[in-house]
Design a binder for this molecule. Sequence first.
Ligand code: SF4
Length: 193
Amino acid sequence: MPQRTHGPNNPTPQEWLAEDLSLQYIADYKAFNFVDGEGVRCSLYVSGCPFHCPGCYNVAAQNFHYGKPYTQELEDQIIADLSQDYVQGLTLLGGEPFLNTQVCLKICKRVRREFGHTKDIWSWSGYTWDELLKDSDDKLEMLSLLDILVDGRFLEEQKDLTLQFRGSANQRIIDVPKSLKAHQVVIWDKLVR
Ligand code: SF4
């Protein structure tokens, strides 16, 4: 069982697995937004997040039953939206993308197949970088397909609304390819604050 504290839940490595938890439900899809990362983005909000951070920005999406099933039609729509020249990339958030890898791996692989690296992929996660590296193969595979990971739980005691793209100071905007190559966390080089 996750350790219960006054803050978010803290799983042990590989304690939570998408194959056990995910119903492959989607809380929301927002095409052409400006807030979920750099540039114009298409954002997929997956359902289900057992971190249960106090003060979570999207409590409804903590429930794995929330929303509606992911469909091929939605995926085709996302790909069509991403094909617009002015769209920079795909954003995955939720809920917990790394506990919905059936959906997130599928869309990430399709983005790479159809667009190569001409579109970028950002994902948020309640897991930290170090936790993901110790976790299941599906999580590691998903990490390898990302450009940017915004990592870590939302911690109310470190809440700071002035930060770029994150709610608390413990969270980091990580350049994933550079970090994997360097075997250490490399922060996004466009970080302002
Ligand atoms: S990790 Fe994110 S989505 Fe999950 S409970 Fe915490 S703030 Fe909410």
